[in-house]
Write a protein that binds this ligand. Structure first.
Ligand SMILES: [Zn+2]
Ligand SMILES: [Zn+2]
Length: 361
C-alpha cells in the first residue's frame, strides 16, 4: 500500500515538474535580416524590493518564452538589506550559470533610483554594478556609460510633483549622449508622452514588466502576457542585442498593442499577416483566407473602398473574408489602418492587403 502511494506520489512529482518545464513561446516571426527576440529589461529580486531569488527570474523567463532579460535591482532602495547585504553584482552573478544552461540571454544591470526629478533609470549591459553607487546622480549615469551601458528612463510619469516632465537634468543626460531610451510602457501603464519623445528625440522605445512578485502566469497569450520589448537583432547574442537597442530596432508589446517605428511595424506586419489568393470567385464577390502568424490580435479599419469595413485577425489563426467586387478575377488591393499597431500615440499603421488575380497565384 505504501509502495503504491509512493508510486502515485512519484508520478505526481514527475508530472508537476514536467509541467513546470513547458516554455510558452512568444510567437512573433523573424523579419528580413533580423531575429525577433522577446525581451524584458526591467525586473526585481529580493536583492532590492522584489520577492524572488535571481535564479527564479531566469527560469520564469524561459517558461514565459523570453529570449533575453536584465535583472535590475535598485541601487539605492534595498528594503531587505538587513537580511541580504551584499554587493550590487550579486543578483547577476547568481543567475548567470542558470541563464547559460537555460538559453536565456542575461545582461548585467541595475536600476538607478532617485526621487523625481530625475526619477528612475535602468543601466543594462554594464560591467560592474558596484561602481554605479555614488551620491551624484549624473555621475552614476556617466559611470554606467563609461562601462558601455545602455541607459533608459523608466516609468517617467510615476510619482512626485514633477513627474512626467522633461527637465534640465534630462537634457544634460541627453545632450551628453548618455540617455538611449525610455520606457513607453511599464507593467499596465502606457505613456503617450514618452512615446512621442522617443520619436522626436530618436530614443529607443522600451516596454517592461517591472515585475516584483513571482510570475505565476500560466498563459502567454494575446489577452495575457508580460509587457515586453521585441528586439530585432542580427543574431541571438548579447552583442547583437545591444547593437539593436542602440539602433532603436524595437517594438513594444503592451496590452493588445504593438508600438514602434513605422518601418519596423510594416516589416513585422507583413511577416505576421499572410494573404492567400482567393479560393472562390463568384459573380460579385470572392472568398479568401488571411493568416495571422503572430501572438497579437490585429485590428484593421478600412481606409479605402474595398473590403469589410473592419476586420479582426485573431492571434495565430486564419480568418475567412468575403470581399465584394464586380471584377472577381482581377487583383484586389485592400487599404486598411492596423489600429492596434501604433506608429504615433493614437495613430495606427497604414497597411495594404494584396489578393492575386485569377490565374496569377
Ligand atoms: Zn522604478
Ligand atoms: Zn523597477
Amino acid at each position: 500500500m505504501r509502495f503504491a502511494a509512493s508510486i502515485v506520489l512519484l508520478c505526481v512529482v514527475a508530472i508537476s515538474s514536467q509541467a513546470e518545464d513547458v516554455r510558452r513561446e512568444v510567437r512573433f516571426p523573424d523579419v528580413p535580416g533580423y531575429h525577433t527576440l522577446a525581451c524584458d529589461f526591467h525586473m526585481h529580486t529580493v536583492f532590492s524590493d522584489g520577492l524572488v531569488w535571481p535564479t527564479v527570474r531566469v527560469r520564469e523567463a524561459w517558461r514565459q518564452g523570453l529570449d533575453a532579460i536584465a535583472i535590475t535591482d535598485h541601487v539605492e532602495y534595498r528594503p531587505h538589506k538587513d537580511d541580504i547585504s551584499t554587493g550590487h553584482n550579486r543578483p547577476y552573478d547568481l543567475a548567470r550559470s542558470g541563464a547559460l544552461a537555460e538559453n536565456v540571454l542575461l545582461a548585467r544591470a541595475v536600476e538607478i533610483t532617485r526621487e523625481t526629478p530625475p526619477g528612475h533609470f535602468n543601466a543594462i549591459f554594464i560591467d560592474d554594478a558596484d561602481l554605479i553607487e555614488t551620491p551624484d546622480f549624473v555621475e552614476a549615469i556617466k559611470r554606467a556609460n563609461e562601462q558601455g551601458g545602455f541607459v533608459f528612463w523608466n516609468h517617467h510619469e510615476w510619482k512626485g510633483a514633477e513627474r512626467g516632465r522633461w527637465l534640465d537634468v534630462h537634457s544634460t543626460l541627453y545632450d551628453n549622449g548618455w540617455l538611449h531610451g525610455m520606457e513607453i510602457a511599464n507593467g499596465s501603464s502606457y505613456y503617450p508622452t514618452a512615446h512621442a519623445w522617443c520619436l522626436e528625440k530618436n530614443l529607443t522605445m522600451i516596454g517592461s514588466s517591472d515585475i516584483h512578485a513571482p510570475d505565476l502566469r500560466r498563459e502567454n497569450t494575446a489577452a495575457e502576457h508580460r509587457t515586453l520589448t521585441l528586439v530585432f537583432a542580427k543574431e541571438r547574442t548579447l552583442d547583437a542585442l545591444q547593437q539593436a537597442l542602440r539602433k532603436g530596432r524595437t517594438v513594444v508589446w503592451f496590452d493588445d498593442q504593438l508600438i514602434g517605428r513605422a518601418s519596423l511595424l510594416t516589416s513585422l506586419f507583413h511577416c505576421c499577416v499572410q494573404v492567400s489568393a482567393p479560393h472562390f470567385r463568384a459573380k460579385n464577390y470572392v472568398m479568401a483566407e488571411i493568416h495571422n502568424l503572430c501572438a497579437a490580435d490585429i485590428h484593421l479599419q478600412r481606409r479605402g473602398d474595398v473590403g469589410p469595413s473592419q476586420l479582426t485577425l485573431p492571434a495565430l489563426s486564419t480568418s475567412l473574408v468575403r470581399i465584394s467586387t464586380d471584377r472577381p478575377d482581377e487583383a484586389l488591393q485592400l487599404d486598411y489602418e492596423a489600429t492596434n499597431l501604433l506608429v504615433r500615440p493614437a495613430s495606427g499603421l497604414p497597411v495594404t492587403l494584396e489578393f492575386a488575380a485569377a490565374g496569377a497565384e
